[in-house]
Design a protein around this ligand. Structure first.
Ligand code: K7E
Ligand code: CUA
Length: 655
């Protein structure tokens, strides 16, 4: 068996390499001589016109989220989430540092994979977008009025938070599943004792429908497999959640061989409504845990971090009927549920065929108690009992499937580097298009909901190679836009994406753009160090801490001359932007500060910490070209020796 697996892996790796080498001279429709059709017209958004869709791409190892327009492929913004971001001062300003607090201390980076937009009745509602931090397990919520990260909650007992952050169809829950199983609670034990002793925590986070605030409602303590991806049931299967597993072998070393021994792994079907009921009736066990809950408040313009101490865990064997395993071939990666909720598609990475399970058949089999044994007390359903059909010879290495709402599914194949369109119910392959190169996820706006907007498909490719002008060894990843309104998919556009976009979420622009905030009202600024009127601009000393209450408006700071600062002081600049107009930020940068600049929006206050190390007269300035007199927007600070007795003084316009 091991040998067979080794051979299989070798074939797959070689196929991958050949794919890449061949790809050097494949150019697709878009290469030589442009496109044969009117593709250019289809992606052209005239100057000043707006795109039809927003697309939010996860940043992968950038830790952030980027915002693009479709069909133009223009990038509008990078939203900092899990990574410090010098462009705005996120994670550097005193107000936003708490956002990156965890039980491991300050963690200024993560690996973000799966954005998902909030829904109501299975339709995208554009209130919030959620995204997972994979490495130090966290879930973030971004507000789609301000496009700012409002909340980050750490997930205890989890490791490699990958089968996340997918939402149920009324945004009742955001789900966070562990990729790696670990000892729960964590303890000092031999790695060799993994099997039977590690646990896989799957967390259900409730979402407050008014504020969006998240809370871990319960953690399901599953057997020690790897939980790779997940998707909610919808419509008829609403109330269930599906998770792919791999390494059901529970191997702890050389997984590329040892976790490929079983012909089939499982899709875990979780009846979360049943567990919710169990928990609401007092079920579950409270367990000590340590995890950070960080919340940003738009009124105080500041974040707080609270350390939580307890989590409610649920043993799945204690809730009969809550969890079943559906055997699924060949180490499935993605699990995707079609818009009707009937079909559950398992994308077996090491397979050429796609396995489609039927929700109706699953419920039947459960009622008949037709089981094929159990794993750690969880019933295993019979493969043939739940099988809806198989898509034969789709391609090599299926990863993820999206839906157009017209009865078609689109599956990405990593190894054969293509997107394959097939029909739900007949399992017939309708079309295939090559992608350049090695596609991971695909995305159709709303493809994750009951009502997809089946106009475009975006392929997110892992390998870029020759698609753009070379930029040294390191290239941006690349996305490809297809028109999917016809029988055949038509390649329209290539565009670079930032970091590694694993997944994306698209939404019609109209659902979001009219709610987009233009500026913060100064009168509503409740920051504890805000300076609302110029008369309040001042400098205060408390021991070696100096607080500068500063305002900014085109084109000066108040105060702009400060004396009486000493080496060894900790100087906090609390800077309030007095502008009350759309798109007039000012920046603040201080020479020698060991962090970044601040970019402050109209009506907002932000704080920069500066610890002067050298005696002298040191300038600060505005970093954003804000008016014809932007270059005049500057000031000086006199820094005296620690022993000096120069009085603290400040001013603006005094000679
Ligand atoms: Cu890249 Cu969804 Cu993290 Cu597949 S995952 S590709
Ligand atoms: Cu303010 Cu430039």
């Amino acid at each position: 068996m091991k040998n067979t697996i080794n051979i299989l892996i070798t074939i797959i790796m070689t196929a991958g390499l050949v794919g890449c080498n061949n790809s050097e001279d494949k150019r697709g429709n878009g290469g030589q001589g442009g496109l044969a059709t009117n593709a250019a017209e289809k992606v052209y958004v005239a100057p000043g016109d707006h795109d039809e869709f927003y697309a939010f791409f996860s940043g992968g190892y950038s830790g952030n989220l980027t915002v693009y327009g479709l069909p133009s492929g223009r990038m509008f913004k990078e939203i900092p989430v899990f990574s410090q971001f010098a462009t705005s001062g996120y994670g550097y300003s005193e107000e936003t540092k708490p956002m990156l607090n965890t039980s491991f201390g300050f963690v200024p980076w993560d690996d973000s994979h799966h954005p998902d937009i909030s829904q109501t009745n299975g339709k995208l509602d554009g209130r919030w977008i959620f995204i997972n931090g994979n490495n130090t397990p966290r879930i973030a919520r971004i507000d789609l009025e301000t496009f700012e990260t409002e909340e980050i909650i750490e997930i205890p007992n989890s490791a490699g938070n990958h089968s996340s952050s997918f939402i149920t169809e009324n945004t009742e829950y955001v789900v966070a599943g562990t990729r790696f199983s670990v000892p729960v609670p964590q303890r000092d034990m031999s790695i060799k004792d993994y099997k039977g002793n590690f646990k896989g925590a799957i967390s259900f986070l409730s979402v407050d429908q008014d504020t969006g605030r998240m809370d871990i409602k319960f953690q399901l303590m599953m057997p020690g497999f790897n939980y790779d991806l997940s998707h909610p049931g919808r419509d008829k299967s609403h109330g269930w959640f599906f998770f792919t597993t791999y390494n059901t072998e529970e191997a702890n070393t050389l997984l590329e061989v040892n976790a490929s021994q079983n012909d089939k792994d499982f899709i875990a079907a979780v009846n979360w409504k049943l567990i919710e009921e169990y928990v609401n009736n007092g079920g579950g066990t409270k367990m000590p845990a340590e995890y950070a809950h960080n919340v940003y408040d738009h009124d105080t313009h500041a974040a707080t971090s609270t350390m939580k101490k307890e989590v409610l865990t649920v043993d799945p064997t204690k809730v009969p009927g809550a969890v079943y395993f559906l055997p699924t071939p060949k180490s499935p990666h993605g699990v995707d549920v079609d818009p009707t909720g009937e079909y559950i598609i398992g994308n077996g990475k090491l397979s050429a065929d796609l396995t489609v399970h039927s929700f109706t058949k699953m419920i039947d089999a459960i009622e008949k108690k037709n089981f094929d044994g159990e794993a750690y007390g969880i019933p295993i359903l019979k493969f043939d009992d739940v099988l809806a059909g198989t898509v034969k010879q789709g391609g090599l290495g299926p990863l993820h499937t999206e839906f157009d709402g017209k009865g078609n599914a689109y599956t990405t194949f990593f190894i054969s580097s293509e997107v394959v369109k097939w029909k739900l119910g007949t399992w017939e392959v309708l079309d295939r298009q090559p992608v350049f190169y090695s596609v991971g996820h695909g995305m159709i706006p709303g493809g994750n909901s009951r009502e997809p907007f089946g106009k475009y498909f975006v392929a997110m490719n892992k390998i870029t190679k020759d698609r753009y002008l070379p930029t040294g060894p390191e290239l941006e990843h690349s996305a490809q836009l297809f028109d999917i309104t016809g029988d055949k998919m038509e390649l329209l556009l290539d565009f670079p994406t930032h970091g590694e976009p694993h997944y994306a979420a698209g939404i019609p622009a109209d659902i979001i753009k009219n709610n987009s905030k233009k500026f913060y009202k100064l009168a509503e600024n409740k920051h504890e160090h805000a300076t609302i009127t110029d008369a309040d601009a001042r400098v205060e000393r408390k021991g070696n801490e100096v607080h500068v209450y500063m305002t900014m408006i085109r084109s000066h700071f108040n105060p702009d001359n400060i004396e009486g600062i000493k080496v060894g002081d900790k100087v906090y600049f609390h800077v309030t932007n007095h502008e009350q107009d759309f798109d007039v930020p000012h920046g603040f940068a201080m020479i020698g500060a060991n962090n970044s600049e601040l970019l402050i929006m109209p009506g907002q206050t932000k704080t920069l910490l500066w610890e002067p190390k050298k005696v002298g007269v040191w300038p600060f300035y505005c970093t954003d070209f804000c008016s014809a007199l932007h270059q005049e927007m500057q000031g000086y600070i006199r820094v005296s020796p620690a022993s000096s007795n120069i009085e603290l003084s400040w001013g603006l316009g005094e000679d």
